[in-house]
Design a protein around this ligand. Structure first.
Ligand SMILES: Nc1nc2c(ncn2[C@@H]2O[C@H](COP(=O)(O)OP(=O)(O)OP(=O)(O)O)[C@@H](O)[C@H]2O)c(=O)[nH]1
Ligand SMILES: [Mg+2]
Length: 253
């Protein structure tokens, strides 16, 4: 349908290979390529018309750890140093293209404040990806991630969610401090069966982006089996907010 034509996805939302993981110690998969069957299924569907596919990502974690900031960096390439608590939930949709197949990622940003937990938890259901975020400079927030994960998993069928553990605000720590916390976090990640990433929304959001791409791929992978494609697209506005980092390099780590 002509009227439904969308702008092409931006280059960084085109995925043809499995993105790398942050560390081999806590990685959900080690493949570097999509398997041949998946590729061929996607190629065959290239020409065909099929419904829009979408996967759901839910971001959970304590208040103030930087969930909204990561999403804003990822979706809008923007960072705001002022704290505006999320009230209940919020969401963004990002368009991708994985192996030539369009794919939307629905990213749910939930409130960390206790008083909003009831509202937010109503949105956990149907998540293909759960991202549990903690502040690398506040060890308590790491300890709380297990509870957040439990709550989110409770609302979903067993073994249907890919889990990520993401340490935030990496820019606020020295390298030595960061390494120390990462060692603890990796233990948590293994117990949680999560893939681990350390990132900063302020200075380098790219690790997060890589992590999201990875989820996409995972989703794309299962989606191809049921007849989907996947990709996220940033509507390409490298926008600024209070703080507009020039750092567009993606190697935050
Ligand atoms: N230095 C630094 N500050 C950050 C980073 N990420 C977030 N912040 C700051 O941390 C504060 C909280 O960030 P939010 O993203 O609003 O936190 P949240 O987890 O969404 O909080 P709730 O919505 O209440 O659950 C804000 O003042 C952000 O500017 C980061 O990577 N580095
Ligand atoms: Mg928030």
């Amino acid at each position: 349908m002509q009227g439904q034509q969308l702008s092409p996805v931006s280059r960084d939302r085109l995925i043809c290979q499995m993105p790398k993981c942050y560390t081999a110690e806590s990685c959900l998969q080690y493949k570097t390529h999509f398997d041949a069957q998946v590729k061929s299924a996607c190629q065959q569907r290239h020409a065909g018309n099929f419904g829009l596919k979408m996967s759901k990502v839910v971001m959970v974690g304590d208040l103030y750890v930087g969930k909204t900031s990561l999403i804003n960096r990822f979706c809008k390439n923007a960072f705001d140093r002022d704290y505006k608590a999320t009230i209940g939930v919020d969401f963004e949709i990002e368009r991708f293209e994985i192996l030539g197949i369009p794919y939307n990622l629905q990213i749910w940003d939930t409130a960390g404040q206790e008083k909003f937990k009831c509202i937010a938890s109503a949105y956990y259901r149907g998540a293909q990806v759960i991202i549990t975020a903690f502040d690398l400079s506040d060890i308590q927030t790491l300890e709380h991630t297990k509870h957040w994960l439990q709550d989110a998993l409770k609302e979903n069928e067993p073994d249907t969610c890919s889990v990520f553990l993401v340490g935030t605000k990496k820019d606020t720590l020295s390298e030595a401090e960061c390494e120390r916390t990462e060692r603890d976090a990796l233990k948590f990640a293994v117990e949680m069966k999560a893939e681990y990433w350390s990132v900063s929304a302020k200075t380098a959001s790219l690790a997060f982006e890589q992590s999201m791409k990875k989820e996409l791929e995972k989703n794309g992978h299962s989606a191809t089996q049921i007849g989907a494609g996947n990709l996220i697209q940033l509507e390409g506005n490298p926008s600024e907010t209070k703080e507009n980092d020039v750092q567009h390099n993606m190697n935050c780590c």
